[in-house]
Ligand binder design. Structure first.
Ligand code: ADP
Length: 440
């Protein structure tokens, strides 16, 4: 700063001295103004010459050495050289970094695609081009949905729910699967991770098929055993000391039948992730039936209340919804003592439709709540066995709700009771008058 000021003072002093000398010379030869004008013209000529040299050098910077005019022009040249060097240094660094980034993303096991806010491809790595058959030159700027033509994928991108990945077939009818996980960033841009999940998907399908086939194969022998046990239980010829073991065998065979039936139902539910279409369901009628079923149990809570706070109908698969709701009501009835009570409630608001089952049973400690819908997960194995549960009820509820885009929420206070609530999205509701008009 000081050097710059020094340079400027020196240049101004030199100009002033030249002007004084020029005017004095002019005064001697008879025209003071001519001397001053001549000096200014000479000064201007020198500046223009320097400017010309600077311009010439800047235009041919790569070939020529910088000029050395000294003075203020010299300072300007030094600063330009410094700026140029700094720019070159930063450019080299950015290029190096970009190369590193390209090399590292090229060796990534997953495909990576960058999309702009219009879902157009900005960039992709080698793995992505391998998995999706992208070509560098022609596919930049193309909308990703035009290259991945799977309805599930388009729905996933449009829904904006990117907590989990979507798995789609690589090509229709092929046993090869890709998983896409979107990671939004910036102002509408998106990072899309692509992975080949054919192996995992095949294993998962094999697992599901195995459970379904095993359950199916177990059903027939179990029916025969249960049939014989029933006949024996009522046969007066059976010795008295065999009656108790026979009764226990019958109870256990019934449990096994329940487990097999529930496994089969779960397999059916797991066979697809697609949401079911269904039809408008009269929730009040369904809850009245479920209430009757509870009261028909040999042992049941003394009070079963039903509160219908909305006439809105629920659009879904009647079988699946009956299965989900009856599993929740069955649990409440199973785990609540005779002196306790159960309340069933249906209401709707701006968020959608809600069905809840509240009981005054033993409640569930908080640490168990996140795992409650896992298959065969039991809070208290002894108690569950005594009530004859399969351990699959809540897994069935969760899957049946998923097929309706709904979620299960569980709140509980140990010793006081539990509330299981099914939250259905607004798209699953049909206003009562619309339903009436439709059926009229
Ligand atoms: P189960 O057939 O054993 O009832 P579920 O999947 O229906 O299996 O339930 C899982 C576990 O959650 C049960 O074993 C039980 O411990 C607990 N549970 C479910 N509903 C209730 C409830 N209303 N009150 C207390 N515990 C419950």
């Amino acid at each position: 700063m000081n050097a710059a000021l020094g340079g400027w003072s020196y240049a101004l002093a030199r100009l002033a001295a030249a002007l004084v000398a020029g005017s004095l010379l002019g005064w001697f030869v008879g025209s003071y103004w001519a001397g001053l004008a001549g000096t200014l013209a000479a000064y201007l000529a020198v500046q223009l010459h320097q400017l010309y040299r600077l311009d010439h050098w800047l235009r041919n910077r790569s070939r020529l050495d910088p000029p050395d005019p000294g003075g203020l022009w010299g300072d300007v040249v030094v600063q330009v050289v410094r700026l140029h060097r700094r720019k070159k240094f930063h450019k080299a660094r950015v290029v190096r970094l970009f190369r590193e980034l390209r090399r590292s993303t090229a060796s990534m096991p997953d495909g990576v695609i960058l999309l702009n806010d219009e879902s157009e491809i900005l960039w992709f790595n080698r793995k992505a081009s391998e998995l999706l058959g992208l070509r560098r030159k022609t596919d930049f700027g193309i909308r990703i949905e035009n290259l991945v033509r799977q309805p599930e994928f388009s729905r996933y991108l449009a829904a904006g729910q990117y907590a989990s990945a979507v798995v789609v077939p690589r090509k229709a009818g092929e046993d090869s699967w890709l998983s896409f996980q979107a990671v939004p960033y910036g102002d509408g841009q998106m990072l899309l991770l692509v992975r080949d999940v054919s192996r995992q998907t095949r294993l998962e399908t094999m697992r599901k098929d195995f459970v379904a086939n095993a359950s199916h194969e177990l059903r027939s022998p179990l029916t025969v055993i249960a049939g014989y046990l029933e006949t024996l239980a009522t046969d007066p010829a059976v010795p008295a000391d065999l009656r108790a073991p026979l009764a226990e065998m019958r109870r256990q065979s019934e449990r096994m039948t329940t487990i097999v039936e529930d496994l089969l139902e779960l397999s059916r539910l797991e066979s697809s992730d697609e949401e079911v279409a269904g039809e408008p369901l009269d929730v009040a009628g369904l809850l009245a039936t479920l209430r009757k079923d509870v009261l028909a149990r040999p042992q049941h809570p003394s009070e079963v209340r039903v509160a219908i706070e909305s006439e809105t109908r629920l659009v879904g698969d009647p079988g699946l919804l009956h299965s989900a709701f009856s599993n929740l009501v069955d649990n409440a009835a199973k785990y609540t003592p005779a002196e306790g009570s159960i309340a069933l409630r249906w209401w709707s608001d701006a968020n959608g439709g809600h069905f809840s089952v509240t009981d005054t049973g033993p409640g569930i400690p908080a640490e168990h709540l996140p795992r409650l819908t896992e298959r065969f997960y039991r809070v208290d194995a002894g108690r569950a066995r005594a009530t004859g549960g399969s351990g699959l009820g809540l897994a069935i509820v969760k899957h049946a709700l998923q097929r309706h885009g709904a979620e299960l929420e569980v709140t509980s206070v140990p010793g006081r009771g539990s509330t299981f609530t099914c939250h259905f999205p607004v798209r699953r509701l049909l206003a009562a008058e619309v339903a009436r008009r439709a059926s009229a």
